[in-house]
Design a protein around this ligand. Structure first.
Ligand code: DX5
Ligand code: ZN
Length: 215
């Protein structure tokens, strides 16, 4: 069964509590929380204080750190109530250590890969993460079109995990909608992030139902 993580990036920030409750009541599995630092990616978004507030709604928070020096902020996001913390392989010098830090902080540890990053960079940390986040757009902005080559990368990542006998979550982020989701699910993804497709839907509840029925 496909799991859904609506991305708060596409929500109406003036009604943030209602938007988080909408995701929860629609049957979402996580709230995807995009943290950007204005350096690894151009925009600056939200921080741990907001995680603390939105975590009170009761939907597990999936924190996607698009920041440099992520290791300096892991404990803060864990204390704020994150369930998953994902760091970018491109932004962390000591990836193995950062993943251990996330697990030690009591969270599921995720590794994100930019569209141009090879899945090979996961090979020597295969047993050290709980989630691989395949970016299917260049990180930084919502509402972009999915880059088709990234779907092949999902197949590769799932193949590497299967070959190693591991059952980590494979999450896909960027350009996910009802048209692109079936191929992503067939490639082996089990957690789909949807920002504009969820919050921009006429009926987000119906969108969530449809997407969860795929695969
Ligand atoms: C982009 C973010 C995504 C974004 C996805 O850098 O990581 O989580 O919210 O937005 P959509 O679903 O609109 O492509
Ligand atoms: Zn994201």
């Amino acid at each position: 069964m496909i799991k859904l993580a609506p991305s708060l990036l596409a929500a109406d920030y003036l009604r943030i509590g209602d938007e988080v409750r909408l995701a929860r009541d629609a049957g979402a599995d996580y709230l995807h929380f995009d943290v950007m630092d204005g350096s690894f990616v151009p925009p600056i978004t939200f921080g741990a204080d907001l995680v603390k507030r939105v975590a009170t709604v009761g939907l597990p928070v999936d924190v996607h750190l698009m920041i440099e020096h992520a290791e300096r902020h892991i404990e803060t996001f864990a204390r704020a109530g994150a369930r998953i913390i994902t760091v970018h392989a491109e932004a962390v010098t000591h990836l193995h250590r950062a993943l251990q830090q996330i697990r030690d902080a009591g969270c599921l540890a995720g590794v994100a890969l930019n569209p141009a990053t090879s899945p090979e960079c996961l090979r020597y940390v295969l047993g050290d993460f709980d989630l691989a986040l395949v970016m299917s757009v260049n990180p930084g902005y919502g509402g972009q079109k999915l880059i088709p080559a990234c779907v092949d990368k999902v197949t590769e990542v799932r193949g590497m995990l299967n070959a190693a006998g591991l059952e980590a979550i494979v999450e896909v982020d960027g350009g996910v909608n009802l048209e692109t989701a079936p191929a992503i699910a067939r490639a082996g993804a089990d957690l789909l992030v949807a920002g504009s497709a969820f919050y921009g839907a006429k009926d987000p509840v119906a969108f969530a139902e449809q997407i969860k029925r795929i695969g």
